[in-house]
Design a protein around this ligand. Structure first.
Ligand code: ADP
Length: 552
């Protein structure tokens, strides 16, 4: 088999074949004119024929005018011989055909070979693309590369306690020898817990930046999206690279993707990845100088094993920014932008915004100013884009005014109830409520009952106002039933210590009666809260307090 070095060679070969073929065609071009016997006779008599060539079945006559041919059997060769010199054919037509056929096959062969090479090249390219896709997703060894973080704590606005807490880690990474000498054991893993967009990734990067150590980023989801067995391998590789670059930081974003509590639906890939992560963290020596920082917004689903001593035993909670932090964050993003107004007012109107949402808010406001052909961003711009940023494309935008009115009233009743019965929350919007789970081991019957009242408040108020029940109450009903069920079946808070079949219904009915009575006496604040929800689509606990205090 011919071994063609390159595609180029093949192309040249084909080009040469084509040229040869063309030359042959030109050379062999048959410009011979067939003549009949009469014309032949004339040529013969006028002695125009200079030479004759006998071919297989014809005779070629060469004259000064051109070439003529006549069927061999049609003439008397001997007679011809008398007039002109005659030769036998020089070219062997068989040979000529052979050359043509040979070249033809050579061309086909060239084309086939070219096609195959091209296919191979395409395949290789496809594999390369695949490889780089994996590489992008963080699957190949080649991309386990640390980055150097340029972020410092000063780039993060607010959350000063968080920074203080992490300062110790920075110090440890900077002076690991000092700690080692003193025999101080430091946490190997730090779990950053907080809602999305509050800056968990930013903080991890800032720790690396402050300590001036390499930063290995990995998203938890990418561990488990790959082929079977790859997740664990990936974890091993990641840790070995981090150790080789120690002191260093491994940051695992969305660690819950790997560290979700086991049980329920089995997922072997995730379990083997999690086990490898646990093994690697256990295998650390305290002095290895590698700190693993994990981030999650779902603390409740994290496998207990990951939280055990020697693993992510340090937990840092990062809350949504409060008003003063919001002022600081907004100031960072407004720096260098032409803004006229009071940042404080903007912070006031952005309750419930994360750092990331605030960054978007500033950007959107600037775009709004530009759209209106202004060179200076003002407070109005923020008001104009606030809802868009807050709600994104969520369902609320599709509410009709009437639906929005019902929903505002419904949520207002819940908000007021939650405030009154001391069920903690930051804010309640017309599509969402985030009642804080009680951070207690022991919850009383009254507290559980109060929660049920909050979840039934919406249903109660629409019954009072519209004498109607709406379909927006599904989720609240489910939650209320769940609590009532637990009260009866788990805690003996029903009619007796043994659950009675009608316990759940009784608890729910009682709660509903109580909440109805409560709401009947609250019509003025309820009106105000629901108005505020209708206009702003969101209300904070502080705002509810103001409304209630005004009246009582
Ligand atoms: P998380 O990891 O908690 O989801 P990120 O760290 O990805 O959040 O934050 C997203 C972006 O939001 C950051 O890149 C930054 O621009 C902005 N951001 C969030 N919190 C802050 C903060 N406290 N100070 C400054 N910027 C912040």
């Amino acid at each position: 088999m011919l071994n063609f070095k390159s595609k180029k060679l093949m192309v040249s070969l084909m080009a040469v074949s084509v040229v040869i073929l063309l030359v042959l065609v030109v050379l062999m071009r048959d410009d011979t004119k067939a003549i009949d016997y009469r014309l032949y006779q004339t040529l013969l008599e006028t002695k125009a024929i200079k030479k004759a060539v006998i071919d297989v079945d014809e005779v070629i006559l060469l004259t000064s005018e051109g070439k003529y041919s006549i069927v061999k059997d049609g003439i008397d060769i001997k007679e011809l011989l008398k007039y002109v010199p005659v030769e036998s054919v020089k070219e062997n037509p068989f040979l000529r055909d052979l050359v043509v056929i040979g070249l033809f096959f050579l061309m086909i062969f060239g084309l086939v070979l070219y096609g195959r090479k091209k296919r191979e090249a395409d395949l290789k390219k496809e594999q390369n693309d695949k490889y780089s896709a994996y590489a992008n997703a963080g699957f190949t060894q080649a991309i386990i590369k640390p980055t150097t973080s340029k972020y410092k704590f000063t780039d993060i606005a607010g959350i000063s306690e968080v920074k203080e807490e992490l300062q110790e880690i920075v110090d440890f990474l900077k002076n690991s020898a000092k700690y080692k000498k003193m025999g101080i054991t430091l946490p190997r893993g730090v779990l950053l817990v907080g809602p999305p967009g509050v800056g968990k990734t930013l903080i991890a990067k800032a720790v690396a930046g402050e300590a001036e150590v390499p930063f290995f980023y990995q998203s938890g989801a990418s561990f488990v999206q790959i082929y079977v067995g790859m997740g664990a391998k990936r974890v091993r590789e990641l840790f070995s690279h981090a150790k080789a670059n120690a002191p260093s930081i491994i940051f695992i974003d969305e660690i819950d993707a790997v560290g979700k509590a086991r049980g329920g639906m089995r997922n072997d890939e995730r379990e083997s990845t999690l086990n490898e992560l646990l093994t690697q963290m256990d295998g650390f020596e305290d002095s290895s100088g590698v700190i693993v920082i994990g981030a999650t917004n779902k603390m409740d689903v994290i496998d207990e094993a990951l939280l055990r001593s020697g693993r992510f035993d340090r937990r840092v909670f990062i809350p949504m920014p409060d008003i003063s932090d919001r002022v600081k964050i907004l100031s960072i993003y407004l720096k260098g932008k032409p803004f006229e107004g009071d940042v404080k007012n903007i912070a006031k109107m952005s309750v419930g915004f994360s750092g990331a949402a605030l960054a978007t808010l500033v950007n959107e406001a600037a775009i709004n100013a530009l759209r209106e052909n202004r060179e200076i961003i003002n407070e109005e711009d923020f008001v104009a884009v606030r809802q868009k940023v807050l709600l994104g494309k969520r369902k609320v935008l599709n509410f009709s005014d009437e639906e929005k009115k019902i929903q505002s009233l419904y949520q207002a009743a819940k908000a007021l109830c939650a405030y009154w019965f001391e069920i903690d929350f930051d804010k309640i919007t017309i599509i969402n409520d985030r009642l804080k789970d009680l951070d207690m081991e022991i919850e009383s019957k009254t507290q559980m009952f109060s929660k049920i009242k909050v979840y039934l408040a919406g249903i109660a108020i629409t019954k009072i106002r519209y004498n109607e029940t709406f379909s927006n109450s599904t989720e609240d009903l489910l939650r209320a039933r769940e609590i009532a069920k637990n009260m009866s079946e788990l805690y003996g808070m029903g009619r007796g210590l043994v659950p009675y079949p009608d316990d759940i219904a009784t608890i729910l009915d009682e709660a509903k009666d109580e909440v109805e009575k409560f709401l009947l006496g609250m019509s003025v604040p309820l009106e105000n809260v629901s108005k505020q929800l209708f206009e702003d689509e969101s209300i904070s606990k502080v705002q509810i307090k103001e409304i209630v205090d005004e009246i009582f």
